[in-house]
Ligand binder design. Sequence first.
Ligand code: FES
Length: 134
Amino acid sequence: MQEREASLVSHIVLDHAYNPRNLGPLEAADGHARITGPCGDTMEFWLTVRNGRVDQIAFTTDGCGSSLACGSMATCLAQGRSVADASAVTQADILRALGGLPEATEHCALLASNVLRAACEDYHSKSITEPGKE
Ligand code: FES
């Protein structure tokens, strides 16, 4: 993250950008998604589910420091929650938890929430074809 960029963001963003939680990949995931956003950056999420709740979750990104912070926070918001609740984590939830981002990088939170939801949907589609998984 550039020095000028770093002076514009909260200490929470810096913490998650420089010490991202739950960096993937995750082996043997129950749900997985990989999406390239309009900015050209690709984010990937993996999760495992136990008793209907997100047990393990991990992400990777080839994007900017903000995308690292957003992916990291998305995993923190989703871990331990029901798959439905994890799937409902929004861009606004991630931005709020991070203490906001400069407008130019708010889309990083949208990419993170979209990939998280897609990983949850992937889990659901697999659990329909594999009864008793949830
Ligand atoms: Fe693309 Fe941050 S600029 S995810």
